[in-house]
Design a protein around this ligand. Sequence first.
Ligand code: SAH
Ligand code: SF4
Length: 372
Amino acid sequence: MSDTATGRATPQPGLYDLEPAELVTQLEAWGEKPFRARQISTWLYQRFTDDPAAMTDLPAPLRQRLGETFAQGRFTQRAEQVSTDGWTRKWLLALPDGAEIEVVLMEYDGQRRTACISSQAGCAMGCSFCATGQMGFLRNLRAGEIVEQVMWVSRALAARGERLSNLVLMGMGEPFANFTQVMAALDTLTRPEDAGGYGLGARRITVSTVGLVPGIERFAERDSQVNLAVSLHAATDALRATMLPVNQRYPLDALARAIGAYQRRTNRRVSLEWALIDGVNDTPEQAEALVDFVRRCFDPRREGRHLTHVNAIPLNPTSGFVGAASRAARIAQFREILDRAGIPNTVRQRRGIDIAAGCGQLRKRAAGGDPA
Ligand code: SAH
Ligand code: SF4
């Protein structure tokens, strides 16, 4: 059976998989000076390459040894698309075992440069409206494979003299179903440059979960500044369970308690994600239920401030789901109910819809699934 079939990662680790201490240990085992670790991490995280041949300040024998020991350049580009407005780029990348993942770069008004990366190849959560959910689960990504996606985007930006400013884990996969590897990747990405990391501010990163309650609890305990988003999409158990099977394991009551506990402990704002689907979850009843859910998490009327933000986005249609995006009048009505209750909310524009920038859609199209 191949690795793909068993869902195992490829056996040979890459340099991006190593913690700084592990790199030092490896170098010491080879009789190398510890300062070599800093040189190598500068190549990895500031020049975005793990190719030892490029590491010209290292002695040739060390470069050769690194090349023999560690996998490098693990991604093969399977597809690249640029939206017609030029503001969204999307790559379909293959790993050596054949697993495919998606990485998206979104640019906003010459200012923000946001990467959207994957935490798993596929996803086991089976949300009905999601292209990744429709394709099923292949395997977890290693921490290094998560980090490497950020380096891929950073390299593309550096070619134009630009830098990444924001990062969201909203590509393929459920980050809290791959908790340990995702947290290790976040540690590397937020570690300061002078400590051998990538140096992205934690406040510029957002992790999105489908609502795995134990994951939210573990994430709260980390007291990190990384932002949390929860994919809610429906505010009654009856509707949510039809869209997100995870709701049967972690219904709304348990979810509200976990979100509220996170907010009180960290004092940080949570965004609730809501894909607006015509006639399904854009009704006044759902909007009212959402107001109630927000207050069950953390009640601004009692606690004096808002720590919950609703982030709605019209559904990105996928071939495996019959729903359509909500119409403008419905969206306005939905927002009005939130506004009246004083709940902060935004409706995001759909970015890069012409290149299928929705979760999992490029892979699906490459496999003959979703039409262009
Ligand atoms: N598994 C995580 C993160 C990846 S999905 C999660 O579910 O939160 C990133 C976001 O895209 C989630 O909010 C998800 O619900 C949303 N999404 C998935 N399919 C979508 C679609 N077809 N249209 C709009 N949003 C979608
Ligand atoms: Fe998985 Fe998130 Fe898609 Fe649900 S929405 S199937 S959790 S990637």
